[in-house]
Design a protein around this ligand. Sequence first.
Ligand code: PLP
Length: 175
Amino acid sequence: MTSHTKAVIMNSPNNPSGAVYSEETIQKVADILRAKEAEYHHPIFIISDEPYREIAFDGYTVPYVPKYYENTLVCYSYSKSFSLPGERIGYIIVPDEVADFGKVYGAIAGAARVLTHVNAPSLWQLVIGRCADMPSISARMSGTGSSCIRAYRCRLYLREAAGRVLSLPEMPGGR
Ligand SMILES: Cc1ncc(COP(=O)(O)O)c(C=O)c1O
């Protein structure tokens, strides 16, 4: 890290290693970053890239980074938990308490527009709105969730909506 460091990207659960950072590790990173913020006299953000948040097994809960470090921005994508790669649909959490909240929020909103790749299809937005609270894939695999995985339920909703305007081929399983 140098005085030019403005942010650190954290990716847990990690791609490709699968590592999940423990509370202790996150706390240590937070302590280091707070010390560096004091030394450099400016905020240093953690950008917590966590599209694999729900892909954790054996009942392991992935720690929520803003709980340990105030200046954390959380990036989430539905591409993994809903099997929606390429749809560019997700969200960024900018907690109220982050430093320079207004500027950071404005910069993210502006970047999303000028980078032009954040055009989540309206159909998927509607489908996700109906599926977001369902048990995740990992909950099902560890036997604690319902028998309906979100990715599958998602496709049923999509077919229901799209089927009104399109002729769709059969899904395996007869649906
Ligand atoms: C760690 C990590 N972050 C972010 C992404 C981006 O996901 P998407 O562009 O599909 O929303 C991926 C996709 O592979 C990833 O592995």
